[in-house]
Write a protein that binds this ligand. Structure first.
Ligand code: UDX
Length: 441
């Protein structure tokens, strides 16, 4: 099939690449010439395991192409995916200007039947706005062309995006037009083979499903984070509690890890947007407001531990930070708790020595205003050298079994503040290190 993907961010690029892998002829459009240049030169503008290989293979086979030319893009695909950004507005609601303008571009140029698919995370009712924008552009051209609008929310996780797309738990499609349903079923059939995981529903329910999923997951995390604080207070170990509750299949083991708060491009934005939707609908969500508030507090949990240990004034002290990205296997720094932690330490007079396997450049961009107090280290070992204490912020695999002897020898105060509960407390303490974790005695 001929497919156009508008927007080559995380979702758009992964969608385009993975659809081309199944034999579709995919053209990806972006208005950012720098991104398209990187893609045309055989690179990718983000760090995502396995994606470069899929992109290169399909570019070579001629099935995956990139362009900044809107005319070319609209002419190409019968199916037109809209995968542009929906950044939060000032009031927390999703800003739909890029989605609507993509829809208008299609309406201004289409000459035959198109299925226009919202892949961006968009609030309930956006399908109608997209439909209206296209119809409006067609009316301006005095044309009556057939088109269908679908919602097809994306559930991929950064760091595992290719795998999530190739083997999805489910594919949710909101569609009301019979032809569109047939085409979407055909497009996704190779990904859900042997497993009937295609769910076709009305557009509003599909749009809602994405927010409901992310809000549910964010709620789990905030709830676990709140429990971890309580566990600490009453002398229980949240890691044992986590195993104790996770073994109940109604609860399950996934997404029960307390930490330094959730970050990323989805949870913070989607929780805010759903809270706004619920307020606008006259049913303000008490739970979502709490989920957000708990998460904001949680980003300060490690800093609070540092302050409890060292006092408010941290001048003259240097802290090593392991991990900057909001989670492992990505260079994404959007809403990363590390930024809040670093700024809070600097505000108290400390300096930091930071290390991340891939997110360092992105982090430096976000911290240019304080760069003189931020030392970038080329390895985890280099980061701890000469530091007073270590803070672990992202659970990269390479931090899981460090050389504890080297750590004890390098850290002046031999203290580790672990925001991800990576170590067995008794083990790390046996090396003479003082260990502070999340929700553990
Ligand atoms: C999320 C959803 O999982 C995905 O389905 C959706 O399409 C986009 O949003 P992503 O943001 O890539 O994906 O990351 P995810 O792995 O879900 O982690 C989100 C945040 O929650 C991270 O900051 C992570 O550190 C945190 N988290 C996750 C926890 O603190 N504890 C957990 O148990 C799980």
């Amino acid at each position: 099939m001929k497919v156009t993907v508008i927007g080559t961010g995380y979702v758009g690029l992964v969608t385009g690449a993975c659809l081309s892998e199944m034999g579709n002829h995919v053209l990806c459009l972006d208005i950012d010439p720098a991104k398209i240049r990187i893609l045309k030169e055989g690179g990718i503008p983000i760090h995502e395991p396995g994606l470069l290989e899929v992109v290169q293979r399909n570019v070579q086979a001629g099935r995956l192409e990139f362009t900044t030319d809107v005319d070319h893009a609209v002419a190409h695909g019968t199916i037109q995916f809209i995968a542009v950004g929906t950044p939060p507005d000032e009031d927390g609601s999703a800003d739909l200007q890029y989605v609507v303008s993509a829809a208008r571009s299609i309406g201004q140029r289409m000459t035959d039947f198109k299925v226009v698919v919202d892949k961006s995370t968009v609030p309930v009712g956006t399908g109608d706005k997209v439909k209206a924008a296209i119809a409006d552009e067609l009316a301006k051209r005095r044309m009556t062309l057939d088109f269908a609008v679908c919602s097809n929310p994306e559930f991929l996780k950064e760091g595992a995006a290719v795998q999530d797309f190739m083997r999805p738990d489910r594919v949710v499609v909101g569609a009301e037009d019979e032809r569109a349903i047939l085409l979407m079923r055909a497009l996704y059939a190779p990904f859900v083979r042997n497993r009937d995981r295609m769910m076709v529903m009305d557009i509003r329910s599909a749009e809602f499903t994405k927010y409901a999923a992310n809000a549910m997951l964010a709620t789990r995390i905030s709830f676990m984070n709140e429990l971890s604080r309580l566990a600490e207070r009453v002398g229980a170990d949240i890691e044992l509690v986590r195993q104790g509750i996770g073994s109940d299949p109604r609860i399950g083991t996934h997404f029960l890890y307390p930490g330094v708060g959730y970050g990323g491009s989805c949870f913070p934005k989607d929780v805010k947007a759903l809270a706004k939707t619920s307020a606008d609908a006259g049913l303000p969500s008490r739970i979502l407001t709490a989920v957000e508030a708990v998460n904001e507090d949680q980003k300060m949990v490690l800093v609070n531990k540092v302050v409890t240990r060292y006092g408010e004034d941290l001048s003259g002290r240097t802290f090593a930070i392991w991990g900057l990205a909001f989670k492992p296997n990505t260079d994404d720094m959007r809403e990363a708790p590390s930024l809040v932690i670093i700024r809070a330490l600097l505000a108290r007079g400390a300096r930091v020595q930071v290390y991340d396997p891939v997110a360092i450049d992105e982090a430096k961009r976000q911290l240019v205003d304080v760069e003189e107090a931020v030392n970038e280290a080329s390895s985890a070992q280099a980061a701890v050298s000469g530091a007073d204490a270590l803070l672990i912020v992202t659970e990269w695999k390479e931090f899981r079994t460090p050389d504890f002897e080297h750590l004890a020898a390098s850290l002046k105060d031999k203290i580790v503040f672990d925001g991800r509960n990576l170590y067995e407390p008794a083990l790390i303490r046996s090396f003479g290190l003082e260990y502070h974790a999340i929700g553990r005695p």
